[in-house]
Design a binder for this molecule. Structure first.
Ligand code: 5GP
Ligand code: ZN
Length: 110
């Protein structure tokens, strides 16, 4: 059995608040939101980070993202973040895009 936390969410071995799912992608609410709306979009296959992402899966993630923006009625804008590696602040090593919305985002990021 995989020791990866997000693989366990994909396999429904640990619960998550899933807001979108299809054959390849699942999206669920972050357990520790840093914005009023904080959704994680992940591929169902285990990819460590964005460097492992190919064009086909990137398209699937992008399609899911667009569907989520419509579904969640995110009309005032949003930010997509892919923390990558140690300096990127990645803590879960299964590729995920943070979809953050519901407030003004600061720049530069911390
Ligand atoms: P990272 O720090 O790797 O960019 O993002 C990992 C994210 O996963 C964090 O925002 C963290 O709050 C979230 N997270 C960690 N464990 C869980 C969990 O068990 N369930 C959910 N829904 N989110 C989690
Ligand atoms: Zn995984």
């Amino acid at each position: 059995m995989s020791e990866c936390l997000f693989c366990k969410i994909v396999e429904k071995k640990i619960p998550a608040n899933v807001v979108f799912e299809n054959e390849h992608i699942v999206a669920f609410r972050d357990i520790n939101p840093v914005a009023p709306q904080h959704i994680l979009v992940i591929p169902k296959t285990h990819l460590e980070n964005i460097l492992d992402l190919d064009g086909a899966m990137a398209n699937r993630m992008l399609d899911a993202l667009k569907q989520l923006v419509a579904q969640e009625k995110i009309e005032k804008g949003f930010r997509v973040v892919a923390n990558t590696g140690e300096h990127g602040g990645q803590t879960v090593y299964h590729l995920h895009w943070h979809l953050l919305s519901g407030r003004h985002m600061g720049w530069p990021p911390g």
